[in-house]
Every structure is written in C-alpha cells, then in structure tokens.
Design a protein around this ligand. Structure first.
Ligand SMILES: C[S@@+](CC[C@H](N)C(=O)[O-])C[C@H]1O[C@@H](n2cnc3c(N)ncnc32)[C@H](O)[C@@H]1O
Length: 214
C-alpha cells in the first residue's frame, strides 16, 4: 500500500544546505553534472529537496533551450527552499507537492527522471518505481545518485544505527540496497551503474547510474 503521509521536517530543511555545502563542493559536483548531461525534452526532479540540482538544471537550460523542468517535493519546508532557490536562479521549474508514490503526470510523458539522494527516504520504494515506470517515455531515462547499504561490518553498523539515524535525518535509511532493487526490477534495463568511492561511514557507499524502460 502507498504511504501518503506528508513529510514535515523543518529543522532538517533548515540545516540541509549548510550541512551539505562541503560535500556538494568537494564530492557531488561532478556527479550532479553527469546527471544532467545531454538532457532533452521534459525533465522531472524526484524529491527535489532544497533544490540541489537546480544550479545544474540552470546550466543545462542555457545549453538546451527546449528543456521543460518539473520537480516534486512533498515536504513543505524543503519545497519552500526549493522555490526560493529557483527564484534566485531565475529557473523556470514547476514544483509540485506530491510524493513519488503518486506522480501528477500523464503516462509516458517524461523524458528524463532524476533521483538524487532520495530513494533512501521515499517510504514506498515499489510504488515510486511503478510511478517512474508509468510516467517515463519508452525512450526515456531514469538517472540516479544514491547512498546504499555497504558490505561486511559496515552493513551491521548501518542496520544497528538506522532507527536513530532515521529520526535525525528526516526518514533517511542507511541500509537500503537500492542498486539491487533497481537491477532486479524487470521493467527496466540498467544502462549504467557505478559504485562511487565517496561518502563517510555510515553514509557510504554511493552509486550512480541510469535505467531505461525495457
Ligand atoms: C536527502 S533529501 C535529497 C534532496 C535532493 N534530491 C538532493 O539531492 O539534495 C531527500 C528528499 O526526499 C524527500 N521525500 C521524502 N518522501 C518523499 C516521497 N515520498 N517522494 C519524493 N520525495 C520524498 C524529502 O522531503 C527530501 O527533500
């Protein structure tokens, strides 16, 4: 069953950008750049947060004038900051309050869906992936950057600290095997999957990649 409860994390929203600033500059910049490479048509940012992808979208729209940008972000505190960032950047992006489990878009209507650091938090991963499969065009692409469960001793640590972590990190889970979930979904083919040697335990490793409809 889909989880429809609206997330609301004012403190997390307030500290997100300052806490992430160093990682954004030193670790995530190149990966975020790769997520927006050669985009065309209609793009959807799934769980936009405070708009971390927006500066990259801005540069992409400067190069590809025909891009149409959409985002969803269910947490009103994150969404307010995303709207503000879009205004500051003068970025034309339609930001909706729905969650990934019920996307407000027609079947077969989106060319590129981007999920960055969001499948750790989405409560109903199956419902969200079904929605990605529904709205993505048959020649579209689902691109992602996620932190996932580690192997070995770190996996045990992640499982042990996860209940506390979830409380402090707005429902984020350290112990999701998201890459395997994506690989095993028979509605998609994996066209790229890379484990990244970034991250600081317990938030490690990261994966980046892309799926296309089968
Ligand atoms: C760690 S933040 C990442 C935000 C942004 N994508 C980034 O790269 O910084 C995770 C985001 O997922 C959002 N989220 C929570 N539940 C969601 C859902 N059901 N559908 C979509 N996004 C959701 C949270 O509100 C939060 O803004």
């Amino acid at each position: 069953m889909s989880e429809d409860k609206t997330p609301s994390h004012p403190v997390f929203a307030a500290i997100y950008d300052p806490v992430m600033e160093h990682a954004e500059d030193s670790l995530l910049r190149e990966i975020r750049e790769s997520l927006v490479e050669d985009m065309k048509g209609t793009v959807l940012d799934l769980g936009a947060g405070t708009g971390a992808m927006f500066p990259y979208f801005k540069r992409a729209t400067d190069q590809e004038l025909s891009l149409t940008l959409h985002a969803i972000e269910p947490d009103p505190h994150m969404r307010r900051r995303a709207v503000q960032k879009a205004d500051e950047l003068n970025l034309d992006i339609a930001i909706q309050p729905e969650g990934a489990q019920s996307l407000p878009y027609a079947d077969d209507s989106v060319d590129v869906i981007i999920a960055s650091l969001v499948f750790c938090t989405i409560p109903d991963v199956d419902a969200a992936l079904s929605e990605v499969a529904r709205v993505l065009k048959s020649n579209g692409e689902f691109r992602f950057l996620e932190h996932v469960q580690a192997d070995g001793w770190l996996a045990h640590v992640q499982t042990a600290v996860n209940p506390v972590w979830r409380l402090g990190a707005a429902g984020c889970n350290l112990d999701r095997d998201t890459a395997t979930t994506f690989k095993n979904d028979d509605r998609f083919d994996v066209i790229e999957l890379e484990e990244l040697s970034i991250g600081v335990p317990p938030v490690a490793p990261f994966v980046r990649g892309a799926l296309v409809p089968r």
